[in-house]
Design a protein around this ligand. Structure first.
Ligand SMILES: NC(=O)c1ccc[n+]([C@@H]2O[C@H](COP(=O)([O-])OP(=O)(O)OC[C@H]3O[C@@H](n4cnc5c(N)ncnc54)[C@H](OP(=O)(O)O)[C@@H]3O)[C@@H](O)[C@H]2O)c1
Length: 243
């Protein structure tokens, strides 16, 4: 039983597709911000029609406490437990230097990228605690590393991802009793709407959403509390990132 947020496009959609195609036992709860606007011809909707009970689409806005609670309840009712959450939904809007970054940008990024996964954890915790070895993976960004600062003015985005890294670390720290592994993952520099139009240094390898999803799922699959709990990891590089 898995839950993936931001599932209608980008890395989230690739995660859902990979799970359905390559993990026959997986039952997926896919969070979508505007579920009512999904229509036939949209990839996620077509996957839901094809895979039936294995793919459950759920209304989930990252900023809604009610949505997260409702999703937790639906999963408990339908599946009785939740093994994995992948908190993938996120935004990166605008690149501003520290001198001029609008506070509104800071707040918006914090709401979605930092508080979103926190709300999601709070809403799904009871379902996660029913699993023998629950995992809570936060899709963060290498841009949040304080030990390897990016040479780009991604102030609002990076600050919000530093915040969510701490959320992942705290979840891990406080839930040893439940054998829960919480960790932060960098998905790579991925060809999605989020990265479109940005110039990346030639040092960065740009990967497809499918490649990113494969590397994330490989890591999540093998993750245990002792191997992955409390780590900040680059999935495509299979390497630890300094916090
Ligand atoms: N792409 C990269 O190079 C890269 C690099 C490092 C980290 N990341 C991280 O990887 C994750 C996925 O990024 P991506 O590249 O796939 O981005 P994307 O293509 O822009 O997709 C973002 C997803 O998040 C959802 N979302 C945004 N705001 C939301 C909200 N308030 N509530 C619920 N869902 C919301 C979007 O839903 P809507 O369609 O409704 O907007 C969409 O499904 C993000 O956390 C991002 O920060 C990406």
């Amino acid at each position: 039983m898995l839950s993936v947020t931001g599932a209608n496009r980008g890395v989230g959609l690739a995660l859902v597709q990979d799970l359905l195609e390559h993990k026959p036992s997986a039952v997926v709860f896919a969070g979508v911000r505007k579920i009512d606007s999904l229509k036939t011809g949209d990839k996620l909707k077509d996957l839901a029609d094809k895979y039936g009970d294995r793919l459950n689409l759920v209304q989930l806005s990252s900023t809604s406490v009610e949505d997260a609670r409702e999703v937790g309840k639906v999963i408990l009712d339908k599946a009785g437990k939740l093994d994995v959450v992948i908190a993938n939904a996120g935004i990166m809007t605008g690149h501003s230097p520290i001198l001029s970054v609008p506070l509104e940008d800071m707040r918006n990024h914090f709401e979605v990228n930092t508080l979103g996964p926190l709300i999601l954890f709070q809403g799904t915790a009871q379902a996660l605690f029913k699993s023998q070895s629950p995992k809570f993976a936060v899709i963060s960004s290498g841009g949040a590393s304080l030990g390897q600062l990016f040479d780009q003015p991604i102030t609002a985005y990076a600050t919000s991802k530093v915040g969510v890294n701490m959320i992942a670390a705290r979840i891990n720290q406080e839930h040893e009793k439940e054998n829960l592994a919480a960790f932060a993952l960098h998905p790579g520099v991925v060809e999605t709407d989020m990265s479109a139009g940005h110039e990346f240094s030639p040092d960065f390898k740009i990967i497809t959403p499918q490649e990113s999803a494969q590397s994330i799922l490989k890591y999540v699959d093998g993750a245990t509390r002792s191997s992955a709990g409390g780590k900040f990891w680059s999935a495509p590089d299979d390497a630890e990132i300094p916090w």
